[in-house]
Design a protein around this ligand. Structure first.
Ligand SMILES: Nc1ncnc2c1ncn2[C@@H]1O[C@H](COP(=O)(O)OP(=O)(O)OP(=O)(O)O)[C@@H](O)[C@H]1O
Ligand SMILES: [Mg+2]
Length: 349
């Protein structure tokens, strides 16, 4: 199989989760749709802006369902497939679930792109799905102007043990499992300032599946009170959503936020995306950034693709939890704590 680089990022205008419809626009659109009342078995649905839907089958099993696709964020096809799959699987892990089956969603420019490109994308996805212990069971493909790829993933969770974004308690500690900066670092690929070899740490991180739950004992799993994954709306947007859903305030020690070695270099040199601005607008009224300089403001708004999990955990286990997580996620860090609700959802110190 070819691993030839064909500069996929040059074939699209936006890449990865930075291509997501901005959060405020998405909310405005969804609010105009008249959805029927939720079925009683639906424990979590799209209205809660959580990571995935949860549908209870019986007292032991609930389905976890999610779908994610996007445009190329890297130049190498197989790596794009790996990252797209890790990103799609992530929303199941963010609910405390285990992925079971995955289906591919593919839009492919048949006239302009060689067939081996898509074989490589699908191979990358297949390898990641297998690594997650799930099954790649099918998909759907269309001919389109630009390449888009993703997965619909179905997983399962015990309905009493699901992690949602609504369970954070005052006194909890907050853990972030991956470094921040994939938005600005992949913007350097698009502008051709850097090659993939220059940003390997970010590429490796995006291709890492968020199976934090597989490192945890039952007791540690139960000590997670809330979770979400940090993706296109940035640390600012996703932490704000978790705080609002849980009706608490998050106090973040901003200097503790893990970041890649080159994240600040890339931000300082203005490798930015539209999402840096839209994430800032989305969160402006609800977070306090008055203590932050411009660089840290850009960091918290940086759109992540296949970013880390933000876990709100019992303070008694936070240090042992971080040690366990670091066996798989070397950047995992305690980044703040949960306070009773104040005026703002998130305060950055
Ligand atoms: N086209 C759509 N139709 C219905 N609901 C949607 C649609 N797009 C998004 N949503 C819902 O809006 C909410 C926010 O979507 P978003 O994609 O940000 O969540 P997410 O899946 O956690 O993101 P990510 O995959 O980047 O972690 C989710 O509950 C999602 O199910
Ligand atoms: Mg998510």
């Amino acid at each position: 199989m070819s691993s030839e680089k064909i500069a996929l990022t040059q074939t699209v205008q936006k890449g990865g989760c930075a291509a997501k419809v901005a959060a405020s626009e998405l909310r405005r659109i969804l609010q105009q749709v008249k959805f029927p009342a939720a079925h009683p078995a639906l424990l979590v649905d799209g209205r809660l802006f959580d990571d995935a839907a949860i549908y209870k089958i019986n007292d032991e099993i609930a389905l976890v369902q999610t779908l994610d696709f996007f445009t190329p964020i890297v130049d190498t096809p197989k790596l794009f497939g790996e990252i797209a799959a890790a990103n799609a699987l992530s929303d199941v892990y963010a609910m405390g679930g285990k992925p079971l089956t995955a289906m591919g969603i593919l839009a492919f420019p048949l006239a302009t792109m060689a067939e081996h490109v898509i074989v490589d994308v699908l191979q990358g996805a297949s390898d990641k799905i297998a690594e997650a212990g799930a099954n790649f069971v099918g998909g759907h493909s269309i001919d389109d102007d630009t390449l888009k790829f993703g997965l619909s993933v179905t997983g399962f969770v015990n309905p009493g043990q699901a992690w949602t974004n609504a369970g954070a308690n005052a006194g909890d500690h907050l853990i972030l499992t991956k470094a921040l900066g994939t938005g600005t670092m992949t913007a350097t690929l698009k502008s051709q300032h850097f090659q993939e070899d220059d940003i390997m740490e970010a590429l490796h991180s995006m291709a890492t599946i968020n199976n934090a739950i597989d490192c945890m004992t039952q007791d540690l799993q139960a000590a997670v009170h809330a979770a979400t994954d940090i993706t296109g709306f940035g640390f600012s947007g996703h932490s704000m959503q978790l705080a609002n859903a849980s009706q608490v305030t998050l106090r973040i020690q901003t200097e503790k936020l893990p970041r890649f070695t080159k994240t600040f270099f890339c931000l300082e040199n203005s490798f930015l995306t539209k999402a840096h601005r839209t994430n800032s607008e989305y969160t402006a009224a609800n977070i306090d950034v008055s203590n932050l300089n411009n660089l840290y403001r850009l960091l918290i708004h940086d759109p992540q693709t296949s970013g880390g999990l933000l876990l709100s955990v019992s303070s008694e286990v936070s240090h042992s939890m971080v040690q366990v997580l670091r066996t798989r996620f070397k950047s995992a860090e305690i980044v703040g704590e949960v306070l009773p609700r104040q005026d703002k959802a998130v305060v950055f110190e």
